[in-house]
Structures are given as C-alpha cells and as structure tokens.
Write a protein of this length. Structure first.
Lengths: 301, 274
C-alpha cells in the first residue's frame, strides 16, 4: 500500500488496556486553564517511569463546561484500577488546586468506576472545607488564599486503550519532524484521544527489556535507530535517516483508529519513505491496529 | 394504560380538603376506579373519596394533571416518590411535602409548607409560595433534606427554615426569617431578603442576589467570586430557566460568615456590582 508515494507497511500497532479519567479544568480564562493542564500533564509521557500518561484532549468552550467558563479537557491514564485514585489526588492536588482561578470537574460521569478526588483533597481545608450538592453531584469547596477551589467529589474512570502508534521513516530529521508535526496537527481536532509525548511525538521508541540489564524494562529500539544500522539487525529501509513515532492513547478502538488514520495520511509527505508501527509480535497487547485495515484498501488518500 | 391521569375538581370545597393520596407514582399501577376510590379528608365533611371531589380520567400512568381552583386542596403530591405531577391553578398547603423523587409543577401560587421536609425530586412553583417553603413540620428538627424547590415568585416567612440539605430558589421577595436555623443546604434569593435571614444558621449558604440586611451576628469576610455560586446559578439557569443574569453568574459577592451565635460555618453571599 502507498499513500502519495509513501510505503505503508503491512503490520500493526500493538496496544494495551489501561484505565482513563477525563478531567475538565476551568478557569477565569483559557490562559490559566492551560497553565493548570500543562502542569497536570507534565512528566506524564509513559507509565514506564511516570506512573501516568496524560495529555490535553481539547479546548472546551464556555457552553461545554459545568461552570460556564472556558476550559480544557484532559485524559489521564494509569495501568491499573487501583492506581487511578491515588494519581488523581496527587496530580489534581499539586497542579489544579495550586493554580489560580481553576476548578476541576469529572468528565466521565457515566463511567463505571469512581475515584474519590474532592473527598480526599478536602482535608487540605483543615476543617474549613464545605460541600455543595448541585444537580445530584457533590462538590467540595476548599478555602485557599486566593478564594476557593471547587472540585468534584468523585471522578469516573473506565477501561481505555494506550499505545496505538505509528512510526514515520524519513530521509532526513527535518522531513521526519515536518511529517510528525503534520500528523499531530491532523489528530489535534479529534476528541477521545491524546498524544502523551512532547508535542505529541516521541523520538526514543523503545523495545521491551535490555540487552545489558535484567532490571531495565525498556531500552532503545535499536532496530529503528539509523546510527546503528551497521551494527545491529536494522529494520530500516535504505535511504531512511530519521524515525519519529506518534503514540496515541484513547477511550476506545474507534477513537484510536480515527487518530491513526488522520495522522498517517497527514504524515505522508515529501521526504517520508515509509510508515510502520510498533508491536511485540502480538503477544503482549490485546489491541492490534492493522495499518492496511485502518487506512482501507486504497490507503484512503 | 393512559398517557396521563387527569383530575378535575368538581367545585371548590367548602373547607380544606386533604388530598395527600394524589401522587403519580401511586397512580401508575391503579385503574381509574381505584384512583377515584382513594381516601381524602375534608375538614367540614370528614372522610370521603377522591371521586367525590374530582372527576378522574385516565389510569395507570405516572403523569398526573390536576385542574381547578385547588386553593383549598392540601397535600397534593405529598410523599410522591416518582413520576410527574402538574397542578393547574392555585393550591393549598403542603404541596410536595416529604416528596422523595419525581417532578411536581405547581402552575400557580401555593399555600404554606410547599416542599416541607422534602427529601428528593424537584418541586417547581410558578407563582408565589406561602410560609415555611422547604421548612420543617411542627416539632421537627429538619426541613428539606434533599431535592430542589424552585419558586419563581415570592415566598412567605420562614422559607428554608431548618433545611439540612437541598437547593431552594426564590425568584421574588423573600419574607422574614428565611433560612432560620438552617443546618446546611442552599437558598438562592433573586429578590430582597427580609430581616433576620439566616438567623441561627449552622452551616448552609444564602445567596442574596437582590439585597439583604445582614444580621448583627454575621461578620464580613471578603469580596470574591465564589466558584460554587457560578456553578449553582449556571445549573439553575440551565435546568429550570431561572432568569439569573450573566453579571450575577460571573459576579462578585460579599461573604458574611455566620451565624456566629451558632457554629458560624454558614454564609450569606451578597451579590455586589461594585
């Protein structure tokens, strides 16, 4: 399969089941909502070391938020069900509670699992906190030096998928970056997905385990490192000198498929030789996203 | 099964009529005959049946409409636990008292005790409410413990007295002693609150959008934008179409803590355009 002369390899991305919560952050204006979201989603690229994977899903208009202020929707992923409450409390407590003018609301009210967030953070109020039930939901008012922080008592979370991906194999670092940026821009308008890595792009794709250390759970994906072409079993076609990867986490299979479809099509530009995907032979992750199936027979170009 | 059950008052009763049997969740499984046979109590004539005073049309429906001059009919929707009840015309006392769920729309004025001790559901009064709206019964420790009472007109004395939980909105003037001995919950007043609002309140919030005279046992804390007020006003506007303005939703409020003769954990939030 080819799209605009770019080879689409007949392979698949292998993804995993995680848990996701959706946080709606509102503030006096988008600037402060963005500050809070940037901190909340900081150091949240991979559960390999960050414990959570998180990113901004999209901007919210005043008509879309519970309190009628501008805001942002953030998706936060954890590996296990038990991790989510703790991570939410840590991150909301340290990044949203601390940020001027913000409030924080649950964005998955119908999700089957519930994590206590306001019900834990309320103790910061040292006995001066108060609650309000509005529309059947309880919210906590935590007094802070600026005024009050309003946070919902419980946040829903549910099963989701992490690790949808594709790799851009390009003739140069400039071409790879341009293609990755185009892909990120194409995915940005889509809801229910995030790209957890910096700018939505990861340059350090990893393989499971390490050749040298038994304790490392991941190490550099040497098969796709251009500088190692001569000294390892390389997977790179001739003429490829730079590779960038997009990792996509989403609420469900259709959301990830839509994001991969949009991203791959946008990434097929001059200077890109091929698009492939990362997998572990299909043995580790239950979700397989086959590139040819996602793009359709004609590549959808 | 009918689309709805319609009760039409034959003539205005000569004395108060207790029609506490009128509740849509009960009617949902009853035939027209069974509904007409439900017991009512007249202060002048004693025990009777609903059919003695109302014509009944429809059966087995949780949508109920009651028509006529109901100003002497008390306890309509009392303890209702679901369904939808529409009261067309002024009603007597105790509308929606102790209701636990469902939606009760009173299209007119209500007598005293509307939503007294209600525990859930929504009671919407399009006109004025009499005394003790959302309050407690005689000798009871608690008024409302849940649900939402929306009065688009004014309210009589003692609105929201002894409320433990729940949301009360008054669209017009609020007579004396509103929120008296409130334990928690929220009272939103669009019109002016008469003196002694929030007297002996423990916790709870009175949101005054139309002015309030602050009791001496309340102390000014600060002027700020309370995020929960924005949330509450947005909710009321979206859910019930109450006419709060963007200036009120996004406005600043003077916070008074009180009643300091009690725990002092309550608040009166007075909207200010300053």
């Amino acid at each position: 399969m080819e799209i605009r002369g770019v080879q689409i390899e007949d392979t698949f991305a292998e993804a995993f089941t995680m848990r996701v919560a959706r946080l709606l952050i509102t503030a006096r204006n988008l600037r402060w909502a963005r500050h809070a979201a940037d901190k909340l989603t900081g150091f949240a690229t991979s559960v390999i070391a960050c414990k959570v994977e998180a990113g901004v899903e999209r901007e919210l208009t005043e008509g879309e938020t519970p309190d009628g202020r501008p805001g942002l929707s953030v998706l936060m992923f954890t590996m296990g069900k038990d991790d989510m409450p703790k991570r939410l409390v840590e991150r909301v407590g340290q990044t949203i509670l601390t940020c001027p003018t913000t409030s924080c609301f649950d964005g998955l009210p119908a999700a089957p699992d519930r994590a206590g967030v306001g019900s834990s953070l309320k103790y910061f109020g040292d006995g001066f906190q108060a609650s309000k039930v509005i529309g059947g939901e309880r919210f906590w008012r935590i007094p802070v030096m600026e005024g009050e922080f309003l946070v919902q008592e419980k946040f829903g979370f549910q099963k989701a998928i992490a690790g949808g991906n594709f790799l851009i194999l390009a003739e140069s670092a400039d071409a790879a970056l341009a293609a990755a940026e185009a892909a990120v821009d194409a995915i940005a308008p889509l809801s229910s997905v995030i790209l957890p890595f910096p700018g939505g792009v990861v340059r350090s794709g990893s393989k499971v385990g390490s050749r040298r250390s038994k304790t490392m759970i991941a190490s550099t994906n040497d098969a796709y490192c251009p500088t190692l072409r001569a000294v390892t079993t390389s997977a790179l076609p001739d003429g490829v000198n730079s590779v960038l990867e997009l990792v996509i986490n989403g609420l469900d299979v259709p959301a990830i498929e839509a994001a991969m479809r949009a991203g791959i099509r946008a990434a097929c530009i001059d200077g890109v030789r091929a698009i492939t995907a990362g997998n572990y032979g299909g043995k580790l992750g239950p979700h397989h996203f086959h590139l040819h199936q996602i793009l359709g027979e004609g590549g959808g170009a | 099964m009918s689309d709805q059950v319609v009760l039409t008052l034959r003539s205005v009763p000569s004395a108060a009529l207790d029609a506490g049997c009128v509740a849509p969740d009960r009617f949902s499984s009853m035939s027209e005959h069974e509904i007409a046979g439900l017991e009512v109590w007249s202060e002048s004539e004693g025990r009777g049946t609903l059919g003695d005073y109302f014509t009944v049309r429809g059966e087995r429906s949780a949508r109920v409409r009651v028509e006529g001059d109901l100003s002497r009919v008390d306890a309509l929707g009392q303890s209702m636990a679901g369904g939808e009840l529409s009261l067309i015309g002024d009603t007597g006392a105790g509308v929606g008292a102790r209701m636990t769920d469902g939606r009760l729309l009173a299209e007119g004025n209500t007598g005293a005790d509307a939503g007294r001790e209600m525990r859930g559901g929504a009671l919407i009064v399009s006109g004025n409410a009499g005394a003790n709206a959302g309050g407690a019964g005689p000798g009871a420790n608690r008024g409302m413990t849940g649900g939402e009472l929306i009065v688009l007109g004014s309210s009589g004395p003692g609105a929201a007295a002894r409320v433990r939980r729940g949301l009360i909105f008054i669209g017009g003037e609020v007579a004396a002693n509103a929120g008296q001995t409130m334990i928690a919950g929220t009272l939103v007043a669009m019109g002016r609150l008469a003196p002694d609002a929030g007297r002996w309140m423990k916790r709870g919030s009175i949101i005054a959008l139309g002015g309030v005279e602050i009791s001496a046992t309340y102390r000014y804390a600060c002027t700020y934008r309370p995020p929960h007020v924005r949330q509450i006003l947005n909710y009321l506007r979206g859910r019930y179409g109450v006419p709060v303005t963007p200036a009120q939703v996004g406005g600043t409020f003077r916070r008074y803590s009180g009643d300091l003769a009690e725990q002092g954990k309550g608040e009166i939030l007075e909207w200010t355009t300053a």
